[in-house]
Design a protein around this ligand. Structure first.
Ligand code: UDP
Length: 329
């Protein structure tokens, strides 16, 4: 299959391109390189363009004739989404409308959307199944829910097949050391903890130690980016015309922030200074996936997502690419 991967120069997109190539597909990356990296495009052509540029998308589809699209082209900082919501709706929602329009013009009938557990907001209970009400609590989560709704309606109206994959906490790096996480600014827990281990930061702050969890810190479901990548490949082969479905991608196991820090100390052999700080607004105490549907329908199960493996692969990547990480960032 020829697969147009919008946002394919980013963290999860680039790992997915590698998985597509390994499965015998050809990924064609379309990315504006605002947060993605040209160096991460290694398994097919790179087309430079914006998700809201219908002419650019159209030209790319005309030349490459994709059979399907995977859309990663989105903005993903919760804090920034509160400050600049219009920018988020434009990229994540209007971009989705534009992409679907280009697909219809070029008769591309299958799409997999990168979505998020942020669409659930603060769930009444964990683990979270796909039928949990989606009540996002910030513009980022709302933009992803809207993108899903746009996709669902367009698929129903015009007979396209659409799958939304709702990731829990993506982490880790390619085990061959070819790809990894590089965000600026970095806001995610595991890379920040490892930047402390690498001597690039003095300490990491623990955002809240008074949650109603066993050790008082927030619990998240960390899933290896390579496992997320393989779910996209599986989703492509189950995408049916005229249908919409959504799948949670997580391990079903939660790890607290304190457990992440302890595991990182063990993996790196470094003393990692962690300072207790106030809660970060909008953080649910626990987010853990019920991924039974992905297991049953996609035949997907996370094979690399033990916390130790996730952290070890992220650490190996950071060690190789330390020069790229902004000091004190
Ligand atoms: N977190 C933290 N210190 C940091 C960054 C994150 O304590 O410097 C916490 C954050 O409050 C959350 C968890 O780590 O409970 C995971 O946060 P991250 O930003 O990695 O992912 P999110 O769950 O927000 O998608």
């Amino acid at each position: 299959m020829r697969v147009l991967v919008t946002g394919g120069a980013g963290y999860i997109g680039s790992h997915t391109c590698k998985a597509l190539a390994e499965a015998g597909h050809t990924p064609i990356v379309y990315d504006n390189l605002r947060t993605g990296h040209a160096w991460a495009v290694k398994w097919g052509p790179l087309e430079h363009g914006d998700i809201n540029d219908l002419a650019g998308l159209s030209d790319t589809m005309r030349r490459h004739r994709p059979d399907a699209v995977i859309n990663f082209a989105a903005l993903a900082y919760v804090g920034e989404s509160v400050e600049r919501p219009d920018f988020y709706y434009r990229t994540n929602v209007s971009g989705m409308v534009t992409l679907l329009q280009a697909m219809r013009l070029h008769d591309v009938n299958a799409i997999v959307l990168s979505s998020s557990c942020a669409t659930y907001g603060v769930p009444a209970r964990v683990p979270i199944g796909e039928d949990t009400p989606q009540n996002p609590i910030n513009p980022y989560g709302r933009s992803k829910r809207m993108a899903e709704e746009v996709m669902r309606d367009v698929c129903a109206a015009y007979g396209l097949g659409g799958i939304a994959l709702r990731y829990f906490n993506a982490a880790g790096a390619d085990h061959d050391g070819e790809l990894g996480e590089e965000h600026a600014p970095e806001t995610h827990l595991i890379p920040l903890v490892l930047q402390v281990a690498a001597g690039l930061r003095d300490h990491v702050s623990i955002f809240g130690t008074d949650y109603d969890t066993p050790d008082g810190t927030c619990i998240r479901d960390y899933v290896h980016v390579t496992d997320l990548a393989s779910a996209h490949v599986a989703a492509l082969s189950t995408c049916q015309p005229g249908g919409f479905s959504a799948f949670n991608l997580g391990t079903g196991r939660g790890s607290s922030i304190a457990e992440v820090v302890a595991c990182a100390r063990a993996v790196t052999g470094k003393a990692i200074v962690a300072q207790e700080g106030p809660r970060r607004p909008g953080d649910p105490p626990a987010l853990v996936a019920d991924a039974a549907r992905a297991r049953e329908v996609l035949g997907w199960s996370p094979a690399h997502s033990d916390l130790e493996k996730v952290i070890a692969d992220a650490w190996a990547w950071m060690t190789i690419h330390r020069a790229r990480v902004p000091a004190g960032g």
